[in-house]
Design a protein around this ligand. Structure first.
Ligand SMILES: Nc1ncnc2c1ncn2[C@@H]1O[C@H](COP(=O)(O)OP(=O)(O)OP(=O)(O)O)[C@@H](O)[C@H]1O
Length: 236
């Protein structure tokens, strides 16, 4: 059987409750407005691109949805659970167990081979080293890096390193995956491959994906785009 396309996955999930939602999100940094009242919902298997001018709240929105920052007003829901009122310690565990992250500069540990980088979040969570590495290698094979599993980040191309980061983000079977400019350090062709891999692999598993990007080509590879201007959702 052929794999369903991300679009088909999105259609088949259309009637479900959001995998991830933020309602009435407001965030201040002192007197500076980060978010001025944002409603956003992402379905299981849906990839949402967040665009908009620099300094207008995209990263703030991603960090609030991902439990890195708490909103001053509003609610964040992951599946059927409200998560913005959890303690710092509970949100740390939630991020590790139920969310995945991909950053512009992959943030791999230079001294560890790819498979151990991917296995690390599982081991931190109590999975045995043996099982964690086995699962990590399986995940690396799924992102096309079966033969690079024992290489260190410095021995990988930028696109390969970002695929390791994607494997690390997905290995724990997260409900939502957050990516901040995941292709910002890559050339256009490599970036397109990386974003397709991220969106395809995550949504195939039913995860919600949120991608902050300045790049129209990246946004076009997601299912839906939301623009944030002055801390609000804009149709401009
Ligand atoms: N830690 C912080 N302390 C103070 N102000 C902040 C902080 N983080 C963000 N801001 C401010 O909040 C506003 C929104 O910033 P945010 O990083 O969310 O924008 P962005 O749209 O992601 O920008 P970019 O595209 O440049 O990354 C900006 O005015 C920014 O200066």
């Amino acid at each position: 059987m052929t794999q369903p396309s991300p679009h088909m996955m999105q259609m088949s999930h259309q009637n479900q409750q959001p995998a991830l939602a933020g309602w009435g999100l407001v965030k201040y940094y002192g007197e500076v407005v980060g978010l001025a009242g944002v409603d956003v919902a992402v379905r299981p298997g849906e990839a949402l691109a967040v665009m908009g001018p620099s300094g207008n709240g995209k990263t703030t929105l991603l960090h609030v949805l991902a439990g890195i920052l708490t909103p001053d007003q509003g609610e964040v829901w992951l599946g059927g659970e409200r998560v913005d009122q959890l303690s710092d310690a509970q949100r740390t565990v939630l991020r590790r167990r139920r969310l995945g992250f991909v950053f512009q500069d992959n943030q791999l540990l230079a001294e560890l081979p790819a498979d151990e980088n991917v296995a690390l979040p599982l081991m931190v969570d109590g999975v045995s080293r043996r099982e964690a590495v086995t699962r990590a290698r399986g995940m690396l094979a799924q992102v096309g890096l079966a033969n690079e599993a024992t290489r260190r980040p410095g021995e990988l191309s930028g696109g390969q390193a970002q695929r390791v980061a994607i494997a690390r983000a997905l290995v724990g079977e997260p409900q939502a995956v957050f990516a901040d400019e995941p292709t910002g350090a890559l050339d256009a062709a490599t970036g397109a491959q990386v974003i397709d891999l991220l969106v395809g692999a995550a949504t195939h598993r039913g995860a919600a994906v949120v991608v902050v990007t300045h790049d129209d080509a990246v946004a076009a590879r997601c299912h839906r785009v939301v623009r944030i201007v002055d801390g609000r959702v804009s149709d401009r």
